[in-house]
Design a binder for this molecule. Sequence first.
Ligand code: HPA
Ligand code: ZN
Length: 327
Amino acid sequence: ENLHDFVASLPKAELHVHLLGAATVDTVLDLARRHPAAGVPAERAELAEFYTFRDFDHFLKVYWAVQSLITGRDDVHTLVTGLARDLAAQNVRYAEVTVTPYNHLLDGLSGDDLLDGLAAGRAAAARDHGVELAWCFDIPGEKGAKAGRETLAFALGERPDGLVAFGLGGPETGVGRALFAPMFTAAREAGLHSVPHAGETTGPATVWSAVHDLGAERIGHGTSAAADPRLLEHLAEHRIPLEVCPTSNVRTRQVGSLEAHPVRRLLDHGVAVTLNTDDPGMFGATLNGEYVAVAEALGLTRGEIAQLARNAVAASFLSDSPRDALL
Ligand code: HPA
Ligand code: ZN
């Protein structure tokens, strides 16, 4: 059995994938043709060029342009069912999917259309693809405390089925995690899990802040923790898993290559590493591809690869009984 077939045969969970960033090239081309004013290329070659990211901030600008294409319930439904189809093809049985309500609402989508599209898509994902989806609603950090308060109000006011986590995304530079401490405290008191992005584009201090100020139960990326031995020890000891997204880090030029990725150092220090795609449609990533690439770059054994898949199940917010049923 070759490596790819082995990886594909593992039932998997994915814990860090943005709904918008999962839109396939075909889906985005279709949306772009319907909304020519949004500035997203509607031709394949131009979209590939558009998806060549100069750095992380450039990636976010592209991401926001694509976001503006999502204007109705059916667009949301298309994103969710497309993601479920693609997850099923990777033998992913369960995923925690990040959605950024505040930004979608700013772009003119109504809250009801967002929630209806998510709910109908989630039902179709389970029914048609055998994939269980859960939601993480995240704060767009660049929009400040107001976005934090409104994301919290939307999450707790609506409490859609499957909402399990509260997050923080967008740029890290100039956006201190601690600004959002009150919203994370309230979200955790209401039973949502804390999963902020931290340490993707800034150093270990941001990861420490996510842990201390936001009560992070997992860290989105957290790759810069590799530079801080005390932090590595803390993450390992307290079993705070990292949602590592290797291809994403290469495509946004945070690391030079998969071979140079700090994932080896994270694993060597006993950190609970999970592998994820982040924005698979925009990065041309698949979850099986992430496992194969890391296994090849690090020379992992089959046992070590299977352990990475089990790490994601263990780090998920699935309770024990659905876990046994799904994975
Ligand atoms: N980091 C922060 N914000 C994001 C990302 C990411 O990796 N993907 C989409 N929004
Ligand atoms: Zn992300």
